[in-house]
Ligand binder design. Structure first.
Ligand SMILES: Cc1ncc(COP(=O)(O)O)c(C=O)c1O
Length: 391
């Protein structure tokens, strides 16, 4: 089965009345874009990028935030910053997006796949230590659906073995674990502003840096391996090629759009909380009655309300529910295909049965329509359609 990647999940076919995702203007996005055009700032790292970065630094309390062209690229920057070399091992959950692994594989790392917990679908911290070898360099917890991984356990194991911890926080902006923001636990963390995320600019991301020793080199890597940022600050009188890097800077046109969304982040988050709670209130009892799984949020986690999913009793039932919803003009979608069973994962030693929870959840999970402008009437239609389904 092909990976139903998030980019294919915005269905605009006329037969679909309630898509999985729909983008909308939520604040002053267009006004900010006009302003940046008027002042002639459309390349990156200008007024709006600086505003977004300052906003992320202040609101999350991170040492440094750098806007990037995507979360994928922020992850690639992490692999370069951590000096990942061929033969190094990096532990990632099998149930994640390709980029969590690919960013490290690009530097020659061997990816070691960890299975996930059956409740939160996050990296199973109880399995982590058993996967660590003398070659392990990093572990990449992914806060699935914006529910925090068990960061105290993972952090303690990483520290004891001298591993770098990189949080893939693509889903989890403004989520918390034990009252602390997600994205502030690892030496590095990455965010996504892709159109499917709570806060978006279409395509974009950010690198959050919590270890100040990594800041200077991150600036260079992000600017094609040059010390251009130091030149603009007047710290050197010309800039040149000083390290490896690439072109990871976000345009200020996108940063202006992003700023328009960041300004209203509390409204966005409370709207999504309302949508999530409404699904949960009207579907959880039905799910329990039919042996269907629903999202589990441990009491020490404040989730980011990124998605609402259900875990059906079998692959056949999941496919049947997708078709049933589609016949009613509603798009429900599956999510990641386990990476250890992908052609690349297979080459790295992944085998059927080696991450059984990832395999089972991947076949059975369905995500329901979830976007900031989803109104209650449409949400009622989704809920009614799900409840009409005979599991
Ligand atoms: C867990 C995770 N990491 C990384 C990414 C990549 O994000 P981007 O599209 O911003 O590169 C995604 C995309 O949805 C994701 O789900």
């Amino acid at each position: 089965m092909p990976n139903q990647h998030h980019k294919a999940a915005t269905n605009l076919e006329p037969s679909i009345r309630i898509p999985f995702n729909r983008s909308s203007l939520l604040g002053r996005e267009l006004e900010h874009i006009s302003k940046t055009m008027n002042i002639g700032q459309i390349a990156g790292d200008q007024t709006y990028s600086k505003r977004c970065q300052a906003f992320l630094e202040q609101s999350l309390g991170v040492q440094k935030a750098m806007l990037t062209t995507s979360c994928t690229h922020a992850l690639e920057m992490c692999a370069i910053l951590l000096n990942i070399q061929p033969g190094d091992e990096v532990i990632v959950p099998s149930f994640t997006f390709v980029s969590t692994a690919n960013a490290f594989a690009l530097r020659g790392a061997k990816i070691i796949f960890a299975d996930i917990r059956p409740d939160t679908l996050n990296l199973d911290e109880k399995q982590l230590e058993g996967l660590v070898t003398s070659r392990t360099k990093a572990v990449v917890p992914v806060h699935y659906a914006g529910v925090g991984c068990e960061m105290d356990v993972i952090g303690e194991i990483a520290a004891r073995h001298g591993l770098a911890m990189v949080e893939d926080n693509a889903h989890g902006l403004f989520g918390k674990f034990r009252s602390r923001w997600l994205g502030t636990f690892g030496c590095l963390a990455t965010q996504s502003f892709h159109e499917t995320k709570n806060i978006t600019c279409g395509e974009g991301g950010a690198l959050l840096i919590n270890d100040p020793r990594l800041i200077e080199r991150a600036e260079i890597i992000r600017e094609k391996g040059t010390d251009r940022s130091r030149f603009f600050r007047g710290q050197v009188d010309k800039y040149s090629w000083v390290d490896i890097g690439s072109s990871y800077v976000m345009s200020d046109v996108l940063a202006a759009f992003l700023y328009g969304q960041l300004e209203v982040w509390q409204t966005i988050q409370s709207q999504r909380r309302r949508i999530w709670n409404y699904y949960d209130k009207h579907l959880r009892d039905w799910a329990q009655e039919h042996g269907i799984g629903y999202p589990v949020v441990p009491s020490h986690c404040e989730q980011s309300h990124h998605m609402y999913y259900m875990v059906m009793p079998s692959l056949e039932k999941r496919q049947a529910l997708i078709s049933f919803l589609e016949s009613r003009g509603i798009l429900g979608v599956f999510h990641y295909v386990p990476l250890h069973l992908s052609p690349m994962g297979w080459r790295m030693g992944g085998r059927n049965g080696s991450c059984p929870v990832s395999e089972q959840k991947s076949e059975r999970l369905i995500r329901l329509p979830f976007y900031n402008s989803l109104n209650q009437a449409d949400q009622d239609r989704v809920i009614a359609a799900v409840r009409q389904f005979q599991p």
